[in-house]
Design a protein around this ligand. Sequence first.
Ligand SMILES: [Zn+2]
Length: 512
Amino acid sequence: MLLLPFSHLDGRPCIKVVRIVIIAFLFTRYQPYNIIRIDIRLIKDCPLSQVAFMSVMDIIKSIMPINTEKPVNNSKYETPDIIIKGGTLLTMVDGEAPIENASVHIKGDRVLDIRPAGISPSDEGTEIINADKCIVMPGLVNGHCHTAMTIFRGYADDLSLNEWLYKRIFPAEAAHATPENVYWGALLGCLEMIASGTTSLIDGYFYEDESFRAVHESGMRAILGQGVIDFPAPGVTDPKENLRIGKEFIEKHLHFSGLITPGLFCHSPVTCSDKTLARAMEISMEYSVPMQTHLSETRKEVDKIINRTGKRPALHLNDLGLLNKNLIAAHSVHLDDEEITLLSRKGVKVVHSPESNMKLSSGVARVTDMIDAGIKPGIGTDGCASNNNLDLFKEMDTAAKLGKVFTSDPSNLKAGTVLRMATIWGAGVMGLGDQTGTIERGKKADIIVVDTRSPNMTPLYNPVSSLVYSASGSDVKDVVVNGRILMKDRMFLTLDCKEITARVRAIGREIK
Ligand SMILES: [Zn+2]
């Protein structure tokens, strides 16, 4: 009935349009994206005016439950393994608005399709994650952490970085960072990250074999760097062996898991010699794996390097051949303009850790200046001994607010930018921006569902703003990594929460 006026708009009945729109009605439920392309192609030949053409499009769009501008998938429909059904979908694809009442279909490790929320008969038998009144978004990427350091959570607070590190943490690690404690600490870190919506992490620590074992059991995606430092360290009593042990770690794990990339984590340019740093990068390049380091975390560290080399740290690292796309520079707090330009030009990845920098009074990284220079920084919690949690929702909130205080500009570091840092830019830091970090057909299914029914998420005007400024990790309801559900309705499916927390409580009693 609605079609008749449009078929007469140019004064002549147009049977072709009537036929097309009836077909649209019949097929919309099953092929909502495809029908638009069919209609555009057929209507082009019809003797209707432009106005009539647009009106027909409007009718078709009005019967579409969701955005019809999505790309077309003409492939034969496959039965998904998992459907995340309903809610508000935030794909984090640049320029793409939130999509209401969508379904994300997952097959194997990837996103198969994004469709209207209704489940067709062929979808029966698939695992359903109900996302009604929730936000569906890419999983968060923790760009810098020392997962196993959960065992030192709250052990040494309110101290300068120097006092904290040399007088408290290094001695505690020497006494208590055993392989077993690292394993249980890393499991607890994974548990905490999954519970707060993190699906990928970049970690560096000692006894990294144990962290590898824990992360592998958790099902998370990761880059794991074996700790390298020119002092005796846990598992590396003779510093001369640090790179040999690091290289063995890479060789052992390089092809073990599609989810975990091994690498090296050189503690810092003041705790590693120039020779160690340069050789570590050579090894990283040889195996095409990332190398991490803490860069210019404090002024004291910068001064030490200037006094020794006459150059600022980033320029010194450039002389050593370290600045390239393999390098992940954590913190990068004290950089001058020349260093920011250099890091950008060389493709170095940078990770911002505002809460750790605040807690240790290290300073504030020039995040907006880095972004203006073309760097896309990730965001990381750092270890639990300097934060003292691994909740990236808290970290995003802090990053956005600190950016405003630092520049006296409330429009600086907007919620959308910070959310990009924690998702697609974080994936870019991992070198996986084409694989994860957004929800798109064909990309890895690393997805979280955030419940918006909690008091702190009510009311909800803007999902991006609510996620950054109002949400907490405990609002995360479901977590999927690589197409596997790690948490459903806040129940852990890969890790035993009760056992892990009991074990780390016991370790805490030993350390105390
Ligand atoms: Zn760190």
